[in-house]
Design a protein around this ligand. Structure first.
Ligand code: SAM
Length: 382
């Protein structure tokens, strides 16, 4: 047995508890306390697991039922506002993950399909109930809305107005999901649309949704697009592109956009430029995802386009995620037979952790509008 093993086995659960307790108290969280954001610990090995494995240990121990929290969203807001995620040293798994992301293209054309199979193909029964009727799996716009339905409708309208759609235009929807935006644009603005997705389940549903309209839904990686469009829109997809492909992505948009075209990018963003991946989210929800920084978007786009407008409504993602969570809980009895209890805990953790991160203003939601320099400037609505 190596000396480090001997040292580690001599660390008791009480020692791990003391450190966890001190860290959590800095965020105003009490172990087994009475507040809704306090945590109720069911297994004393929880403290060691979290302090040794960080975010992955926190999430996996929740999935295993080692701890409970009445308001996980509030717990995460407090943890992130206190910066606790930066207090736990990297472990071997983290180091390997970070090095792999630096050295290899984790979002290569071949690997891009993994998230399609593992996340977007999970089950249309779940997504069709959790999301609004347009099946928007991206941030809604709550400026004047008081329901998920109205806020997603407002987001769709806002995008179309920012794109200045006119009847007869050809529009490319990169990462079209279940076809909600493609359908909305074709039905309300008389445009023809090509949507692309890497999820077979999404393609099936999007094709059915768009039947009767001039819309084609392709099961295809964005890198294979070679066409000409008046407008390009990409909503909630850039999070899958990865830093090694940002230049390629903007090259693809450039070569597919007509000279007087407009491109709208809608993406979650972060201030970090390296290793901007949560290990738990990476393993259980969005494999190979990576949040871009403002600098990365600006750097990759500036040789191609004029950046006309940058709109942040990240606080609206908190409201959107909490609305999805409420709908997820409501629909659970109808779909429970198709999933496990562990899956329920995983989805609960995912939706609440993300809501907490947006509420803590740790991550943002950006809509960025690009042109090639429209005469007299673009008037971009809000
Ligand atoms: C979060 S969903 C957003 C869907 C839709 N735009 C919406 O707002 O509801 C991300 C979409 O990006 C697509 N996507 C991810 N990687 C892709 C790739 N390499 N090529 C094309 N589409 C991709 C997924 O298939 C999915 O449709």
């Amino acid at each position: 047995m190596s000396s480090s093993c001997i040292e580690e086995t001599s660390v008791s659960n009480d020692d791990w508890y003391r450190i966890a307790n001190e860290l959590l108290s800095r965020a105003g969280i009490t172990i087994n306390g009475p507040a809704p954001f306090d945590i109720q610990v069911k297994n004393p090995r929880f403290f060691k697991r979290v302090l040794r494995e960080g975010s992955l240990g926190l999430g996996e121990s929740y999935m295993d039922g080692w701890w409970e929290c009445e308001r996980l969203d509030m717990f995460f807001t407090k943890v992130l506002r206190a910066g606790l995620e930066n207090q736990i040293p990297h472990n071997v798994k983290d180091t390997l993950r970070i090095l792999s992301a630096r050295l290899f293209n984790l979002q290569s054309k071949k690997r891009a399909w993994i998230v399609g199979k593992e996340h977007y193909d999970l089950g249309n029964d779940l997504f069709s109930r959790m999301l609004d009727t347009h099946m928007q799996y991206s941030c809604a716009y709550w400026k004047e809305a008081d329901s998920l339905e109205a806020a997603q409708q407002a987001k769709l309208k806002l995008i179309c107005e920012k794109l200045q759609l006119q009847p007869g235009m050809r529009v490319l929807d990169i990462g079209c999901g279940w076809g909600g935006l493609s359908h909305y644009m074709a039905a309300n603005y008389g445009v023809s649309v090509v949507g692309v997705t890497i999820s077979a389940e999404q393609q099936k549903m999007a094709q059915a949704r768009c039947a009767g309209f001039d819309v084609s839904i392709l099961l295809q990686d964005y890198r294979d697009l070679n066409d000409q469009f008046d407008r390009i829109v990409s909503v909630g997809m850039f999070e899958h592109v990865g830093p090694k492909n940002y230049d390629t992505y903007f090259n693809v948009v450039d070569r597919n956009l007509k000279p007087d075209g407009i491109f709208l990018l809608h993406s979650i963003g972060s201030k970090k430029t390296d290793n901007n991946v949560d290990p738990w989210i990476d393993k259980y929800i969005f494999p190979n995802g990576c949040l871009p920084s403002a600098r990365q978007i600006a750097n990759a786009s500036e040789s191609h386009f004029v950046l006309e407008d940058w709109h942040n409504f990240g606080a609206d993602y908190d409201t959107t995620l909490m609305a999805w969570y409420a709908r997820f809980l409501d629909c659970w009895p109808e779909i429970a037979d198709n999933y496990s209890e562990r899956f329920k805990r995983m989805f609960t953790y995912y939706l609440n952790a993300c809501a907490g991160a947006f509420r803590a203003r740790d991550i943002q939601l950006w809509q960025v509008v690009f042109s090639r320099g429209v005469e007299n400037g673009l008037r971009v609505p809000r």
